[in-house]
Design a protein around this ligand. Sequence first.
Ligand code: HEM
Length: 357
Amino acid sequence: MQDTLFKPARISVGKLVAGFALLLVILMLFGVSQTYAQSVRAPGNAVNLDDGIEEGPSNALGEDSQSDFWRNFRGGDPNDIKQMISALPEGAVMTTTGEHWRLIRENYIRKYAGWFPLGVIGILLLYHLIKGKMRIPGGYSDNTLTRFNINQRVAHWFMAGVFIILGITGLIILLGRPLIAPYLGKEVNSILTSASMQGHNLFGPLFILALLWMFFKFVRGNFFQIVDLKWIFKMGGFFGGHVSSSQFNFGEKTWFWIVILVGIVMSVTGILLLFPWLVDDLRWLQLSTILHAGGAILLISVLFGHIYVGTVGMEGSLDSMLKGQVDENWAKAHHDLWYEEVTGKSATESTDKEGTS
Ligand code: HEM
């Protein structure tokens, strides 16, 4: 009996396995119940939403602001005009400046651009009516000086020809819709604009050649000097009488540098518009069209002043670009320092028409 009582229990392997399996099932059920309990029960500090208020989307983006994300995605704030030139935010996928560009082109450039050249023509007409042609003091002397050699003259007229073709075709492209279409019809405007586009694309690259040629042929006499200050103070002789000038006066030098500097802007922007695949950011092209149109209007406007002085405004001026020769009296009156440099004579001596002064 004693033996039976203290007989060690014999556990079979089968029972061990069954017991282990039972333990496993209990543990799994406990784990599942815990997870289940977490997902359905609100934490102790949770606040119940009022009825009727819908929950927003789950917080998939973490702490990032949705508006920042979309602003960044579309390349900045569409109301910020500085976006036309500032760097695109990292990771931006699209630009927002197209509407700015369209509004600047429609509301400013197309609307007002044509008025600038017309305004200059008006001022020149008024000036001519009041002051009349600037005559050579003492008239023609019939003695001439060489002012420009054949290379300089060909360079000048090549530039003038190319520029005038580009100016006319460019103005048709820019202003055809508001100025030609309403009066001559859309068909005529369409034909003229297409033809102008072809001509403009063809002659555009020649402008770069003309600009380089002009620069090298004329740069020598066009550096600003101290004597130019007098020209500025006397407004080119408008106030305070005669002003001394070397080969080119301040007005001519300014015109030269406007042609060169604005010409560079026109060339660079023109190349980008002709070969748009050279840039990967569309805003360069938007900016290019604005600079190209603005530069063209500036050059065309100032050109009217240049043409006026070179033809009807000043007696004896055009001879320099047509024949390469200018009258000595013209040189003494308008470029006295240059006259003295090339002749070795004083420009204040009596003018050379046998005694006239
Ligand atoms: C039909 C139109 C034009 C006429 C009648 C004209 C006339 C003249 C004349 C007479 C001169 C010589 C001035 C002098 O001897 O001091 C001159 C110089 C010059 N012209 Fe013209 N021109 C015309 C078109 C142009 C155009 C389209 C450009 C450039 C876009 C231009 C740029 C220049 C320059 C840079 C000079 C030299 C002035 C300097 O270097 O300071 N011209 N032009």
